[in-house]
Design a binder for this molecule. Structure first.
Ligand code: HPA
Length: 281
């Protein structure tokens, strides 16, 4: 019998509870966690022996409210590697706290994952990126006003002041670039800037971000990456450039375009993940 949660439970206990409820449905050790961003969820449909859990079934998980996000966790195998894939994530702009946003990542951590693949839809700031291009994240700018680690510290999750020198593992970046090369796919590396959204940026804001060194901009990923690093999980980040950022080509941006571009590249994207995941150690 699974114990009930009490209001006095700490975050750690709530995360443990979520992890236990997932283990009740998928008994294998999960090696890789995946977060599939806007329009990129299809990868999880190809997992073998899969079990899908809607977020409502997992205690402590919030609900997904954004179009293009299915709102379920899919456990399954790819090339014999056991993975847990989120079809859709929680965003700060939906009104969730950062604690809600990163709750699934902490759950992945307690499930024992060693590697986390974070994917997202992003606007291209660097003009060498085109609509539909994929970018490996090599560093980030946290412009979301706060850290997901703000608040009471529980050492069971890791250090109070975790090092952020190499958030996105260099060897994982190499693997992604190598596999893209094998696919004849150009894959650039770049810096991802995270803003809270949900409005897209102004052209002036995009010029500011370019001055700061950003290559792409989005509304996710960074809180998840920070929390993963605190737990000692290695991170691979991949952005799908679904549109050029505001003012770069002078076209307005809309969410349909973001979803459409994701759908257009999803076969390539799936193939890249299929090649990369078994190599993440
Ligand atoms: N800006 C912020 N987030 C995004 C964008 C963008 O242009 N495209 C997709 N996500």
């Amino acid at each position: 019998m699974m114990s009930e949660m009490k209001p006095s439970d700490t975050m750690y206990e709530r995360v443990e509870h979520a992890a236990r409820s997932i283990r009740a449905r998928w008994t294998e050790d999960v090696r890789v966690g995946l977060v599939l961003g806007s329009g990129l969820g299809a990868f999880a449909d190809d997992l073998q022996e899969s079990v899908s859990l809607s977020y409502e079934e997992i205690p402590g998980f919030a609900r997904s409210t954004v179009e293009g996000h299915a709102g379920q966790l899919v456990l399954g195998k790819i090339e014999n590697v056991s993975v847990a894939a989120m079809q859709g994530r929680f965003h700060y702009y939906e009104g969730y706290s950062f604690e809600d946003v990163v709750f699934p990542i902490r759950t992945f951590g307690l499930l024992g994952i060693k590697s986390l693949v974070l994917t997202n839809a992003a606007g291209g700031i660097n003009v060498e990126l085109n609509q539909g291009a994929l970018m490996v994240i090599n560093d980030h700018l946290n412009l979301m006003h706060a850290s997901p680690l703000r608040g009471a510290h529980d050492a069971r999750f890791g250090a109070r002041f975790p090092d952020m020198t190499e958030v996105y593992a260099r060897d994982y970046q190499e693997i992604a670039v190598e596999e893209a090369h094998n696919m004849n796919l150009e894959l650039r590396r770049g810096i991802y800037a995270a803003l809270t959204g949900p409005s897209y940026e102004t052209p002036a804001e995009i010029r500011m971000l370019r001055t700061l060194g950003a290559d792409a901009v989005g509304m996710s990923t960074v809180p998840e990456a920070i929390v993963a690093r605190q737990m000692g999980i290695k991170v691979l980040g991949i952005s799908c450039i679904t549109n050029m950022a505001a003012g770069v080509i002078g076209e307005p941006i809309n969410h349909d375009e973001v979803i459409e571009t994701g759908a257009r590249v999803h076969e390539t994207f799936k193939e890249l993940l299929r090649r990369v995941i078994p190599r993440l150690q």
